[in-house]
Design a protein around this ligand. Structure first.
Ligand SMILES: O=P(O)(O)OC[C@H]1O[C@H](O)[C@H](O)[C@@H](O)[C@@H]1O
Length: 553
């Protein structure tokens, strides 16, 4: 499989990139004809990418490159259940998790949709039992509170959706009287925070781990099991209070979870793409109820259909993926900011950071060729307007960081203050619309000087502009559109990886640190008990630091 650099149009794209780099966004944006071509819409979701450093010619070249990289076939192969995660010999089928019952998606010749719907039905029933109090805790009390124990892909997505929906009017009403918390970090401080105000008798614990071997999750699970048994004094309480989401049934049994209380998923669901499996759906359905959560799944499914069937020139994930490849690999902008103008999306950037950086932070192509171009992007973000009072300084006058502005036409919580000129949501959105222009157009030294600014301050107050961004405007932040948003960014990530000719679906880069932590754990265990430690296994520099740690503990 060719790398992007082998594609026939790569050279032309590199040349064109030099031209585009030298063309200021003010010039580009002066053409209404150009601007009108650089937008797309799906079900009321409007993508405006005219503030990217692209011309119609750039898009023509990128679509040409997509053809040369076999993007259409790669997307088809993903939906067809082919084992495109070649290093783990797995299909990549998170789209099957939100498939409609009548869809057929096959892995190894077997339609997986019925299995998916069997687990969905079990979750629906379980959520109903917990929510209605039909399922009670060991002492007969309803389970009003839930702690999810899991990390990485078994944490970030569910937390993003939980935060995203908890102020949505319908979801808020549906979760009345319930609490949902996440325990991810192995830092014991996180245990204290997760347990604050919770009582064992009324708490359901969901252990979420695809492998059920992740060190952090397992230690947190043991910690919370101890907490539970300290109050309830009987192992029999475990089956009333602890359930698991995993693909590893033998490990869940070894931990003491009743097999009837395990909600499974499949090896063709990658951790960071598992929000729509039991990983996310079980806790979210318990908290918000099935009505809300099925809308979320429908939204994701609608975006899947759009990704699969829309022409590339109108396909939101494809366009966003291509433009991001343009930014990272041709214009050499390594970073990417995710800027939702919606406080409910407070954990969206953290989730997408894992989705893209764990997927596309790679150094070799799918055929083991060291990549001759920059691949992957460094993602970060915060909701606006908070970010404006923080890192936006660097975006405006420092480095160039392409940004995604994500906004909503209607607020989850409309507020109007008497005598204020606009509703509070319009105030928020005024910033959403202003920032991309400030970044693109900037403010010239001449203009600053003309305002009477003293000459020595003019350079400090000048904005160079020419900073690319795109704007995504959704109707509202409800369950349906959050499903669309999730799938949009998942597929954007896949498009990037397909274009970069990498395997976006493995994550070997996280392994080495885990192995080294094992050695340190052994070393600390020996030192704590004054037993001889295997000194030679650790670098001297590391032992020095450990010495400082041990001397103060
Ligand atoms: O769900 P688990 O098996 O516990 O894995 C949790 C997480 O840990 C791994 O190290 C990977 O970095 C993540 O992709 C994964 O989501």
């Amino acid at each position: 499989m060719p790398t992007l650099a082998d594609a026939p149009s790569y050279g032309a794209a590199v040349q064109h990139a030099a031209e585009m780099k030298a063309t200021h966004l003010t010039t580009l944006l002066s053409s209404d004809d150009r601007n009108s071509q650089l937008a797309a819409e799906f079900q009321g979701i409007f993508l405006d990418y005219c503030r990217q450093k692209v011309a119609p010619e750039t898009m023509r070249l990128l679509l040409q490159l997509a053809e040369e990289m076999g993007l259409a076939n790669k997307i088809k192969a993903m939906f067809a259940g082919q084992k495109i995660n070649v290093t783990e010999n797995r299909a990549v089928l998170h789209v099957a998790l939100r498939a409609r019952p009548d869809q057929v998606i096959e892995v190894d010749g077997k339609n997986v949709v019925p299995e998916v719907h069997a687990v969905l039905s079990r979750m629906k029933k379980f959520a109903h039992q917990i929510r209605t109090g039909e399922w009670v805790g060991y002492t007969g009390k309803p389970l009003k509170d839930v702690i999810c124990i899991g990390i990485g892909g078994s944490y970030l997505g569910p937390e993003f959706v939980y935060e995203g929906l908890r102020t949505d009017p319908e979801a808020h009403t549906a979760s009345h009287g319930r609490r949902l918390r996440f325990l991810a970090n192995v830092d014991p401080i996180d245990v204290k925070r997760a347990l604050e105000g919770f009582h064992a008798e009324t708490t359901l614990i969901i252990i979420i781990s695809k492998t059920f071997t992740t060190a952090e999750t397992m230690l947190n699970a043991r910690t919370i099991k101890e907490w539970l048994l300290r109050s309830l004094h009987n192992e029999a309480a475990v089956s009333r209070h602890m359930v698991a989401v995993s693909t590893n049934i033998s490990e869940t049994s070894a931990f003491g979870i009743n097999p009837d209380n395990v909600f499974g998923f499949w090896d063709w669901v990658g951790g960071r793409f598992s929000v729509c499996s039991a990983v996310g759906i079980l806790p979210l359905a318990v908290h918000f109820g099935w009505q809300v959560i099925s809308q979320f799944l429908q939204g994701a499914n609608a975006m899947d259909d759009h990704f699969k069937t829309a022409a590339f020139s109108e396909n939101l994930p494809v366009l966003m993926g291509l433009v991001s490849v343009w930014n990272a690999s041709f214009l050499d902008y390594p970073c990417h900011a995710i800027l939702p103008y919606c406080q409910a999306l407070i954990r969206f950037a953290a989730h997408i950071q894992q989705v893209t950086m764990e997927s596309n932070g790679k150094r070799v192509s799918i055929d083991c060729i060291e990549l001759p171009y920059q691949c992957g992007e460094i993602d970060f973000g915060e909701p606006g307007t908070n970010g404006q009072h923080s890192f936006y300084q660097l975006l405006h006058q420092g480095r160039t960081v392409p940004a995604d502005f994500i906004g909503f036409c209607r607020s989850q919580n409309p507020v109007i203050v008497a005598n204020d000129p606009v509703p509070n949501h319009d105030e928020l959105m005024s910033n959403f619309f202003a920032q991309p222009d400030a970044l693109a157009f900037g403010k010239s030294a001449d203009l600053v000087a003309a305002e009477g600014v003293p000459p020595e301050l003019v350079p400090h107050k000048t904005f160079p502009g020419d900073k690319p961004s795109l704007s995504l405007l959704f109707p509202e932040a409800n369950a349906y559109y959050l499903g669309c948003l999730l799938a949009l960014y998942e597929h954007r990530t896949a498009v990037q990886g397909f274009m970069w000719s990498i395997n976006s679906f493995d994550q070997w880069g996280v392994e080495l640190g885990k192995v080294l932590a094992k050695e340190i754990r052994k070393y600390l265990a020996a030192k704590r008990k004054d037993l001889p430690a295997e000194e030679e296994k650790l670098p001297a520099a590391t032992r020095r630091l450990l010495g400082v740690y041990l001397s103060q503990a």
